[in-house]
Design a protein around this ligand. Sequence first.
Ligand code: GLY
Length: 399
Amino acid sequence: MVRKFLLPVVCLASTTFVNAQKLDFGDIFKDAEKQTQVLIKNTDEARKENDKLVSPRTLENGKLKLVASKDWTSGFFPGVLWYIYEFNKKGQWLADAQRFTALIEKEKTNGTTHDMGFKVYCSFGNGYRLTKDTGYKSVLIQSAQTLATRFSPVVGCIRSWDHHADQWKFPVIIDNMMNLELLFEASKLSGDSSYYKIAVSHANTTMKNHFRADYSCYHVVDYDPETGKVVHKQTHQGFSDESAWARGQAWALYGYTMCYRETGDPAYLAHAEKVAAYILNNPNMPKDLVPYWDFNAPNIPNEPRDASAAAVIASGLYELSQYSKGSAKYYKETADKIINSLTKSYRADKGTYQGFILTQSTGSKPANSEVDVPLNYADYYYLEALLRAKKIKEGKKLF
Ligand code: GLY
C-alpha cells in the first residue's frame, strides 16, 4: 500500500484538544491498584502450576497467559508494580514489585535477543530509580554488557532477532529504539561510554534507514552484516511492507524523544517532532486518538484498535512537550486527550479481564495473535503516561 499523504506540519490550532477532561490521578490509581491486586492474585495462583512462568502478558480466550522471563514482555508487569508503588509508596507494593522483578534477573546474561531494555529496564531500571538498590544497579550494567554483544560496528546497529535466519541476515526492528534507554543508563551507572556510543550509532543508523520521506517508518530493516548495506525494508507485524504499523510509529516517537533527553542532540528532537506530526496528522487517526493497529489497515474504521500504541504515544508526547520549542502545549494537551480516552473508554470494569487495566490492544494482527485483548505493555505505558502527566501538573521536571 502506498501512503498518499504527506503532512509535515503539526496542526497547532485544533480545537479538538481544548476541552480535555481533568485527570483525577488519585481515583485512576486507586482503580489501577484494585485491578492489579486481582492480577497479582491470579498470577500467583497460575504460577503454582508452573513457576517457570513469571509474568502475566495477556488473555487467551479469556484465560490468563503467563510468560517466562525470556519473553520480551516479562518486565512490564514488574514495571506496573513499580509505577503503582511510585504513586502510593505502600510497602506491600514495594514487596510485590521486588518479588516480580527478581524473577527477571537471569535475563541479564541472555544474549540471544535485543529485548533486554524492555525486560530489564522496565523492571530493574524502575526498581533502581525508586530504591537505589545496588544489586539492581549491577543487574542493569551486566544487562547492558550482554546487549552490547549484539552490536555490529559494520552495520552500526544492534541486531534485533535471531529467528527466521533463512529470511533475514541482520534484522533491525524499530522497536529496538526502546532498548537504547538501558544503554544510556548503564553508561551513567558504570562510567563506560561504550554503551552510550552504541546507542547513538544505533539511533543514527536507524534514523537514516528506517524512515520514509513522510517520517513514517518501516518495521524491519535487514542489513548485510558483511557490508552494512540495507538488504530489505519490510514489515512483520504491520499490514504491509509499505504501511505504517501503529506501535512501530509509537516506538519511534518515544525512542527519539528519549534519545534527545539522553544526548541533547537537536537532530533527535527534530526527528521526534516529525514522527509526532506523521502520527497526529494522519487522516486515519480516529477522533479519540487511539490508533487502529496499522495506519494503513485496509478496512478502517472496521479494524481493531491498539490501545498499547496509544499509551506509548501519550507517554512519549508528555516527554516531548518538555523539550519542544513551538509545540509544547499541543503535545501536552494531545497526550491528555489520549489518556482521557483510554481512561474513559478503554479501561476494564473492576474485577474483569483477570485484572488487566486496559482493553483493546493488538499484538500481531497478521499472525491473528493477541487481537483486541489486554496487553501488559499497554498497562505499563498507560501508568507511565499518568505519572508523567501528574509530574507535569505539579510543575516537576520529568527527568
Ligand atoms: N516489540 C514487539 C511489539 O511491539 O510487538
